[in-house]
Design a protein around this ligand. Structure first.
Ligand SMILES: [Zn+2]
Length: 122
């Protein structure tokens, strides 16, 4: 993570070492940068990553308000090496093979809508 041409956060993948499925390099770099700056807002910062961030890391970059993300290879490049980020994007868009074409996000949204209806009716 870079801000004003200075490195303010670093991270490398520790998923297997953790073991922690959320310990992607981007997430750890965001956490490190937040600790450095003492805030969650990383506006004005630039994230540099070897590969296009997965949906989790992309969302984290959005939440952190990172200004620009630079990456070297795409999700399609990563797919050739066994990473299935493209399948996650398919799932989010309701085309996931594991869900028979429906998205896990849609299922969760439906549950939350039912919960809201229940709460409003109470
Ligand atoms: Zn990631």
């Amino acid at each position: 993570m870079v801000r004003n041409a200075a490195i303010i956060g670093r991270g490398h993948n520790q998923v297997v070492h953790g073991p922690d499925p959320t310990a992607h390099a981007e997430i750890l770099a965001i956490r490190d940068a937040c600790a450095t700056l003492g805030r969650f807002d990383l506006a004005g910062c630039e994230l540099f990553s070897t590969c296009e961030p997965c949906p989790m890391c992309y969302a984290a970059a959005w939440w952190a308000r990172i200004s620009t993300t630079h990456y070297g290879c795409t999700r399609h490049d990563a797919e050739r090496f066994g990473f299935d980020d493209a399948a996650i994007y398919d799932d989010l868009e309701g085309r996931g093979p594991r869900q028979g074409g429906s998205s896990r996000a849609a299922v969760c949204a439906q549950v939350l809508l039912l919960e809201v209806d229940h709460l409003v009716a109470a």
